[in-house]
Design a protein around this ligand. Sequence first.
Ligand code: 5GP
Ligand code: MN
Length: 319
Amino acid sequence: MNVLKKIYKEIKKHKKIVLARHIGPDPDALGSTLGLKEIILNTFPNKQVYAVGTPAARHKYIGNLDMFDEKLYEDALLIVLDTPDIKRVDGIDPTRFKHKIKIDHHPIVDKYCDIEYVVDAASSASELVIELVYSTPLKINKEAAEKLYAGLISDTNRFLYSYTTDKTFYLVSWLLKKTNINIIDIYEKMYTMSINEKKLQSYVILNIKITDNKLGYLVLNQEELDELASDAATMTNIVNYLNYTEEMISWVIFAYDKNIDKFRASVRSRGPIINDVASHFNGGGHIFASGARLNNLDEVDDMIKELDKVCEEYNGKNE
Ligand code: 5GP
Ligand code: MN
């Protein structure tokens, strides 16, 4: 049986379902879980579905999360979305569930579920959920479509990235036709920001350093973040705006995160493969979009050197 049909069968079979995703959720992590919750309830109104994990204030418009009750370990089906590594699953311990499914679009790190639908060439976990509802008797509705659209749009940066394929457009076209969602309203919620955040973007552009190998980098300590009235979580958003700068083929922002006493790195690329370097520094991610947590400024320097080397090699091959 095809894996999507198998996933449908498991959903149909279980009365209680827990949906989880990675720590520090982005719109794709939230949109894919909250969208799938909406779809399951729309199809099977009598099921109990819980989307768990810590909320992210910044993406509150995508929807609210549910409390997790330990009793659910006994008999609920777990579906984890957008999370390749077991240690980054937020809010629950996957090993304590009997039945587990993974739906993900990252390169494989851990195999930790009985059924794994992993397509690392897919644009987003949200796209995989749209494919699931398209391919099975599950029923889409407007609320689910809005969340999934936000997730897909965020991970593709509005269809900019190479993982945007004819299949992505086909599934999005189907979604819009079926539900007639207002995409302008969604963009308003996703892209409207305070003048402070716009100033932050300018600050980053004014201060970023660029190496001869076309690596852009910027390190922000707590003092600088305070002055900019910003924090490490905001930086992962800013980094996307640096794309398509002629002088940079890869770029990274390090921002001190006082909550974990580490520097959070957000790396992007439009050529060199960067996730191996991120893995080397206690992180990971996609080949062109990764993150990591660095213990101190020495490690930050080492990571800049390794990324610069990857850029140098890439330039050498592409001259
Ligand atoms: P961002 O820069 O938006 O925080 O993350 C970009 C990508 O890298 C996402 O796919 C995210 O899941 C992954 N990522 C970010 N931080 C970490 C980390 O600390 N560890 C791992 N394994 N992946 C990360
Ligand atoms: Mn994703």
